[in-house]
Design a protein around this ligand. Structure first.
Ligand SMILES: *[C@@H]1O[C@H](CO)[C@@H](O)[C@H](O)[C@H]1NC(C)=O
Ligand SMILES: *[C@@H]1O[C@H](CO)[C@@H](O)[C@H](O)[C@H]1NC(C)=O
Ligand SMILES: *[C@@H]1O[C@H](CO)[C@@H](O)[C@H](O)[C@H]1NC(C)=O
Length: 250
C-alpha cells in the first residue's frame, strides 16, 4: 500500500514579488529637480501591483548614468519577470567640445567619440547605443525593458500650445526597435494631455523652470505614462491595477 505523500507547502509568488526599476533623470526622480518639484516616478506605485524602485537621479544622461555604473547596479538586483523603465534625454544634448560629462556622441548607431572627462579619455557612445547596451544587460536577466521617450518641456510656455519632440524622442524609439524591447512615447502622451488641460493649468505646474513640474504636474505625467502603456500594449500592462486613464490613444 502506497503512503500518500505529504503535500509540501508552497509559497505562491505574490505579484508584489515583481519589481519595477525606474532609470532616468530629475523629471522621473523622487523630489525631482529642485524646490517644490517632483519627478513622475514618485507617482507610479499607486497604479501597479509591484514594488517600485525609483533609481532615477537628477542631472543624469544616458551616458553619465552608464559611466557611474547605475545601469549595472540595477542589473545586479533585477530578476526574471521584473521591469526596467528607461527614460533619458533632458541632459543628453550639448557639445563634447565643452564636455559636461553628460553629452553623448552624435549619431544614432555605433559611432564613437573620444573625450577627456574627469581626467579620463572616455569612449563616448551615441544615445541609442547607451540605451541598447543597457537593455541587453536587463533582457539577459529575463527582465522586461521599456524605453520611454523624455517628457516635454512646458509646451504652453508662450501661452500658445506648441510641442516639438527633441531628437532624443526619435532616438529612444530607435533604440527600443534595435534592442527589441518595449517603447512608449511618453512625451507625446504628456503633450496630448497638457494640450487638453490648457494654458493656465499647465503653466501652474512649472513654477521654477520649464522642465521640472510641481507634484500636481508629476501626477499628470505619471498618468500619461500609463495611458501610453495601455494604448501601446506594453508589457507593463500585466501589473496595472487599473487601465482607466484620462486622455485618448494617439
Ligand atoms: C555597456 O553597459 C555596461 C553596463 O552599464 C557598462 O559597464 C559598459 O561600459 C557599457 N559599454 C559601453 C561601451 O559604454
Ligand atoms: C583618446 O583615445 C583615442 C582612441 O584610442 C585616441 O585616438 C585619442 O587620441 C585619445 N585622446 C587623447 C586626448 O589622448
Ligand atoms: C497663459 O498662462 C499664463 C500663466 O497663467 C498667463 O500669464 C498668460 O496670460 C496666459 N496666456 C494666455 C494667452 O492665456
Amino acid at each position: 500500500m502506497k503512503t500518500a505523500a505529504v503535500a509540501p507547502f508552497f509559497f505562491l509568488p505574490s505579484t508584489l514579488a515583481t519589481t519595477i526599476y525606474l532609470a532616468g533623470d530629475s523629471t522621473m526622480a523622487n523630489l525631482g529637480g529642485g524646490s517644490g518639484t517632483n519627478g513622475w516616478g514618485q507617482y507610479v506605485a499607486q497604479y501597479v501591483s509591484a514594488t517600485v524602485v525609483n533609481d532615477a537621479v537628477a542631472g543624469r544622461s544616458a551616458r553619465s548614468y552608464t559611466r557611474e555604473g547605475r545601469f549595472e547596479n540595477i542589473a545586479e538586483v533585477v530578476t526574471s519577470g521584473d521591469y526596467v523603465v528607461i527614460e533619458f534625454g533632458h541632459n543628453d544634448g550639448g557639445s563634447l567640445s565643452t564636455d559636461n560629462g553628460r553629452t553623448d556622441c552624435s549619431g544614432t548607431g555605433a559611432e564613437v567619440c573620444y573625450s577627456v572627462y574627469d581626467g579620463v579619455n572616455e569612449t563616448v557612445l551615441t544615445f541609442p547605443a547607451y540605451l541598447e547596451n543597457a537593455s541587453k544587460l536587463f533582457t539577459a536577466k529575463g527582465a522586461n525593458v521599456i524605453i520611454s521617450s523624455q517628457t516635454p518641456d512646458n509646451p504652453w510656455e508662450t501661452g500658445t500650445f506648441s510641442y516639438t519632440p527633441t531628437r532624443f524622442v526619435g532616438y529612444a524609439e530607435l533604440a527600443a526597435e534595435v534592442a527589441g524591447v518595449g517603447y512608449v512615447d511618453h512625451g507625446a502622451y504628456v503633450a496630448a494631455i497638457y494640450e487638453t488641460l490648457g494654458n493656465a493649468t499647465v503653466n501652474s505646474f512649472y513654477q521654477i523652470d520649464h522642465t521640472h513640474t510641481s507634484p500636481a504636474g508629476a501626477e499628470v505625467v505619471a498618468e500619461a505614462f500609463f495611458k501610453a502603456v495601455v494604448c501601446t500594449g506594453a508589457s507593463l500592462n500585466n501589473v496595472l491595477t487599473t487601465t482607466s486613464f484620462e486622455g485618448t490613444c494617439l
